[in-house]
Design a protein around this ligand. Structure first.
Ligand SMILES: Nc1ncnc2c1ncn2[C@@H]1O[C@H](COP(=O)(O)OP(=O)(O)OP(=O)(O)O)[C@@H](O)[C@H]1O
Length: 309
């Protein structure tokens, strides 16, 4: 695995009311990757990223960003990190340009109008630069949040539920921006409820629930591991048992013998379906209809969360 830019070690968080939001999280984030953290409401995703970003103090364990402790060396780590929060809390009467430039200043960076211009152009905000925030649509405000987070040229960008409630166009634009940032070497961590989103954009996927990281895995490996496919045949005549001639296929009967199910590896390139259908025909079995099912990240997620429930 490439060098870690963020190391989370045995991290715990108990809020003042005694609620344990994180129960010992270990996580290494590699430089340049896109990691999606999936989890239901209240899983602890925001708590985890808020600690990494230095907004919430941990109760135990530690987090290193670029080798610096996020509590002790917060100046160094904050310079490294950008956070796109869920909501905009900036002065509504300020202009886009000032808001983003001011944000850069807050991080102690020298002004760089050319850089800010580029960020605003990339986010399709350039023609809105003199608008006050209150004059912007919800989608435009989201873009301002991203521009602010990028204002100080961070190496790691956290996006907390970036596409919750945004329309399809904005979502597409956001992923384009994320793609470009990744190409420029920025490490990206996003939290999401949307499994398709993780499936679409992430290199690795982590699943959080009840304050624990249940799994972190390379997306392709995860999909492969759980990428089993099923071919379902609606039989013309129900079968009482699997015919001897087909015993090598590991078939199952469902729906009182009316459906024959063939499990196969969806990522295996060899043609399994053709020979199987020939064997079926040779055995004198005919069918009315056929369909396939594939495990998605959604199934994986549901089964993981379900196991805990
Ligand atoms: N300041 C606080 N005091 C007490 N409990 C808190 C505090 N902040 C968060 N919590 C609780 O900690 C748990 C985890 O919250 P967190 O915001 O990290 O979850 P999340 O995974 O980001 O959820 P969501 O997807 O809804 O944003 C929740 O049960 C929440 O109520």
């Amino acid at each position: 695995m490439p060098k870690s830019i963020i190391s989370v070690e045995r991290l715990t968080k108990t809020y003042a009311n005694g609620f344990e939001a994180l129960k010992g999280v270990d996580l290494e984030i590699a430089e340049g990757e896109i990691l999606a953290l999936l989890g239901p409401n209240g899983a602890g995703k925001t708590t985890l990223i808020s600690i990494i970003c230095g907004i919430v103090t941990p109760s135990g364990g530690r987090v290193l960003a670029g080798g610096h402790d996020v509590v002790r060396d917060f100046r160094e780590t904050r310079a490294l990190i950008g956070l796109v929060p869920q909501e905009l809390t900036t002065d509504q009467f300020e202009t886009v340009w000032n808001t983003v430039s001011f944000s850069r200043g807050l991080h102690g960076k020298k002004p760089n109008p050319a850089y800010i211009e580029q960020v605003l152009r990339d986010l399709s905000l350039w023609d809105k630069k003199d608008f006050m925030l209150r004059q912007l649509s919800g989608g435009m405000k989201r873009r301002v949040l991203i521009a602010k987070a990028l204002s100080h040229e961070p190496r790691v960008l956290f996006l907390d539920e970036p596409t919750a409630g945004v329309d399809v166009n904005l979502r597409k634009d956001m992923w384009q921006v994320v793609g470009r940032l990744r190409e420029s070497g920025v490490t990206i961590i996003l939290t999401t409820h949307y499994i398709e989103e993780a499936e679409e954009i992430a290199d690795r996927v982590g699943v959080i629930d009840g304050g624990r990281l249940l799994l972190v895995e390379d997306k392709v490996t995860l999909m492969k591991k759980l990428g089993a496919k099923q071919l379902i045949l609606e039989l013309s005549e129900p079968l009482g048992a699997i015919p001897e001639a087909l015993s090598g296929y590991g078939l199952r009967l469902e729906n009182e013998g009316q459906a024959l199910v063939y499990d196969y590896d969806g990522h295996d390139q060899t043609d399994r379906i053709g020979p199987f259908l020939q064997a079926l025909s040779a055995a004198g079995i005919s069918f009315k209809d056929l369909s396939t099912r594939q495990n998605s990240l959604e199934d994986i997620f549901v089964s993981l969360i379900g196991e805990r429930a």
